[in-house]
Ligand binder design. Structure first.
Ligand code: SAM
Length: 305
C-alpha cells in the first residue's frame, strides 16, 4: 500500500541492503534493550509482513524472557499470515483501516483490496488476537463521514477502534483543511453513542479510551497534535537503518550501526541504548503555531508510526 497521507505516489527510494539492519543485528539490539528494561516490542514499518523472515525474527524475540511483541500492519497479508504470527507468539495486533468504503479505501491506500484486509481482520479475530486494535487516521472531507460506522465495528466484536489525528510528516500531503482535532471527533461520537471513560486504560497509553453502552469493544482517541501525551510517552524506535529515535516527532537519534558493525561489546551497546532513552525530549515541538512548517526529518514509513 501507499497510503496517500503517508507515502508519495511514486514511493520512496529503497535503501541498499547493507544500510538496513540484519535480523541478527535487530535481535542483538532487542536482547540488550530487554536487559535494560524494555519489555514490549512493536514491529512496524513500512509493512512488516512483507519482509522475508519476519516470522522467524518474531519467534526469536518472543523467546527472550519477559518480552512480548505486537505488530502494526496494513492487514493485507494477514489472512495468509495470521496463523504463523500466532505460532510465533504474537498476541496483540494493530491494523490500519481508514475506510469501510471499497472505492474510498482504494483511493486512500492506492490499492483496491478492502475485502482482503477485512478477511484478514476476521481471521485474526477468529484466532483470538487480543486486543485487536483498528487504527483510523481521521481526515476532514476524506473519511470523517464514516465515524458512526467505525464505532459500530465495536458492537459485536471486542475490537478497539482508535481515531488518530492526522499528523504533518515529511512528504505526506498534510494540509490544515484535512485536520480534525480528536476532541471534535469525540464530540461527534458523543452525540451518537453513550460513551464512558475506560477505567482499565494502561499507563503510558497514547489513546484516551472509552467503552460504549451495549458494545463489546471500545474506542480511543489519539491526539498527538492537539493534546500532547509526551509526559507519559515511554517509547523509543529503532529504524530499519539502525538508528534509535527518541521521539516520533522530533530530531534526535543514535546511529547504532558503527557500534554494531565495529565490534562493540554488549556493555557499549547497552550504554548507547540508555543514551538514546536519555535523549528523549520533555515534549515534541509540533504545536498549533508551527504545524504547517513542522519538519520531522523522516517520513512516517521510515519511523513506523
Ligand atoms: N504498514 C503498517 C500499517 O499500515 O499500519 C505500519 C506502518 S504505518 C506508518 C503505522 C501507523 O501510522 C498506521 O496506523 C498509520 O495509519 C499511521 N500513520 C501514518 N501516517 C500518519 C499520519 N500522517 N498521521 C497519523 N498517523 C499516521
Amino acid at each position: 500500500m501507499r497510503c496517500t497521507y503517508c507515502v508519495p505516489k511514486e514511493g520512496f527510494n529503497s535503501l541498499p541492503h547493507e544500510d538496513i539492519l540484519s535480523y541478527e543485528e535487530i535481535l542483538r539490539v532487542v536482547t540488550l534493550a530487554s536487559e535494560v528494561g524494555v519489555n514490549k516490542f512493536r514491529i512496524t514499518g513500512g509493512e512488516p509482513l512483507v519482509r522475508r523472515g519476519v516470522i522467524d525474527l518474531t519467534s526469536k524475540i518472543n523467546a527472550i524472557d519477559g518480552v512480548e511483541t505486537t505488530f502494526t500492519t496494513n492487514g493485507l497479508l494477514l489472512e495468509d499470515m495470521a496463523e504463523e504470527l500466532k505460532s510465533a507468539g504474537v498476541r496483540r495486533l494493530n491494523i490500519s483501516l481508514d475506510s469501510l468504503n471499497p472505492k474510498r479505501f482504494a483511493d486512500i491506500t492506492r490499492i483496491d483490496k478492502l475485502d482482503k484486509v477485512l478477511r484478514g481482520i476476521e481471521k485474526a479475530h477468529s484466532l483470538g488476537f487480543t486486543p485487536l486494535k483498528l487504527n483510523i487516521v481521521i481526515m476532514k472531507g476524506v473519511n470523517d463521514d464514516e465515524i458512526e460506522e467505525f464505532v459500530n465495528l465495536t458492537k459485536n466484536r471486542n475490537y478497539h477502534v482508535r481515531f488518530i489525528e492526522f499528523m504533518p510528516m515529511k512528504a505526506n500531503g498534510w494540509d490544515r483543511s484535512k485536520f480534525i482535532a480528536a476532541d471534535e471527533v469525540e464530540t461527534m461520537v458523543e452525540k451518537l453513542f453513550n460513551i464512558l471513560p475506560d477505567s482499565s486504560d494502561p499507563k503510558g497509553s497514547p489513546s484516551r479510551n472509552y467503552t460504549i453502552d451495549g458494545h463489546l469493544g471500545k474506542i480511543g482517541f489519539i491526539s498527538p497534535v492537539s493534546r500532547h501525551f509526551c509526559d507519559s510517552c515511554n517509547r523509543i524506535r529503532l529504524t530499519s537503518d539502525g538508528h534509535i529515535r527518541s521521539c516520533l516527532l522530533r530530531k534526535g537519534e543514535i546511529d547504532m550501526r558503527p557500534a554494531l558493525r565495529g565490534g562493540a561489546g554488549d556493555d557499549e551497546v547497552r550504554e548507547l541504548i540508555r543514551e538514546a532513552v536519555l535523549l528523549k525530549p520533555s515534549g515534541h515541538e509540533m504545536d498549533n503555531v508551527n504545524l504547517d512548517s513542522h519538519d520531522t526529518h523522516r517520513s512516517m514509513t521510515q519511523i513506523g508510526g
